[in-house]
Structure formats: C-alpha cells, structure tokens
Design a protein around this ligand. Structure first.
Ligand code: M7G
Length: 180
C-alpha cells in the first residue's frame, strides 16, 4: 500500500530562455498524490543547487498554475525567505523542508496554501511560499510564524509580498506587507 497525501501536487520547472515569453518558459513536469511517488520524483530530479542560474522549480496544488494570473493566486501573495550565503547542501535542505511542510500539511490554514517556488539567481536565490489571500492577515501571519519555527529561521528573514505589488513593481524592490 502507498500512503496518500491530503492533496495532489504538481511540479513545474522554468528554464530561462530569452526567445520565449515568461509563461512559455514554465513546464509542467508531473503530479503526485502519494508519499512514495513524491520520493521517487524527488530522487529522480536534480536538486535545486544543480540547476542552471535563472531556473525555477515550483510545487503547486494541482490545478493552480505557478503564476500571479491564476485566479487562486490573484489576490494572494508570498512569504519570501531571504537566503543569504549558504552552501548547496543547505539550500537543497531548505527547499526539501519547504516541500515536506507543504505536502505534509504542516501549517494551519492549509486551504490558503497554493504552493512554493525556488528561484536560482546569481544575485540571490529565493524560496517563497504562495498563499491565496494576502488580506487574510490572521492566516498569513500564522503561516509565517509556523514557517519560521519549522524552518528554524532567525527573525527578520521572512517578508510577505502581495502579488499585486510584484506585478506593478517599478524598480527591483517590492514593498513588504508583513515582516517576521
Ligand atoms: P522572478 O523570476 O519572480 O524573480 O521575476 P527575479 O526578479 O528574482 O528573477 C522575474 C520576472 O519574471 C518578472 O519581472 C516578470 O516579468 C516575470 N514573472 C515572474 N512571475 C512570478 C510571473 C508571473 O506570475 N506571471 C507573469 N506573467 N510573469 C511573471
């Protein structure tokens, strides 16, 4: 017998390609709804630290696209973890921890959770957890506190950004709606 997960999850991979639009760079890899299938997928693919700069992995509930435009994300936002200098091992461990928190439904308000993204970037890698309603302050804060605790993050390492603010950003700075 395999062990069922609460939700079905879809893994996406974005490979940077200047000849394509951002949406067309997103590739849906596969979906799973069993613990054992998660591990066989995880063991089969490269860890994030081995991906090319400019790539993303996204894990979202099946049916939600990893983009602001999806109706479930539209009024939402994301908890962004600032990752300073860290080893490849630490980066891969943090991403795995986030995946396990998601598929293991380890935070309250699981209905608010949409998915998580890791961006491999030369300036700074980024991991973020996307939630459905950025104005549901109680849920957003409880999710943030739980993430901080489970991931063992020091204070001031989590910033909640509304997708609406990311969409309309002028410079490189998106204002934080909440900081933990
Ligand atoms: P990023 O890859 O999220 O972060 O955004 P980065 O700035 O650290 O590389 C880079 C660019 O990708 C944005 O300025 C948008 O042009 C595009 N982009 C990112 N996201 C998450 C979306 C999205 O959800 N929808 C659309 N249409 N474009 C996006």
């Amino acid at each position: 017998f395999k062990h069922p997960l609460e939700h079905t999850w879809t893994l996406w991979y974005l490979e940077n390609d200047r000849s394509k639009s951002w949406e067309d760079m997103q590739n849906e890899i596969t979906s799973f709804d069993m613990v054992e299938d998660f591990w066989s997928l995880y063991n089969h693919i490269k860890p994030p630290s081995e991906l090319k700069i400019g790539s993303d992995y996204s894990l979202f509930k099946k049916g939600i696209q990893p983009m602001w435009e999806d109706e479930t994300n539209n009024d939402g936002g994301r908890w962004v973890i600032s990752i300073g200098r860290c080893s490849k091992l630490e980066l891969d461990k943090l991403w795995l921890d986030v995946l396990l928190i998601l598929i293991g439904e380890a935070v309250q308000h699981t209905e608010e959770i949409c998915g998580a993204v890791i961006n491999l970037r030369s300036k700074s890698n980024k991991i973020s957890i996307w939630t459905a309603n950025g104005h549901n302050e109680v849920a957003v804060m409880e999710i943030g506190y739980k993430l901080r605790k489970l991931l063992g993050l020091p204070p001031h390492n989590l910033q909640y950004q509304m997708h609406k603010d990311s969409m309309s950003k002028q410079g490189s700075l998106v204002k934080a709606a909440y900081i933990l």
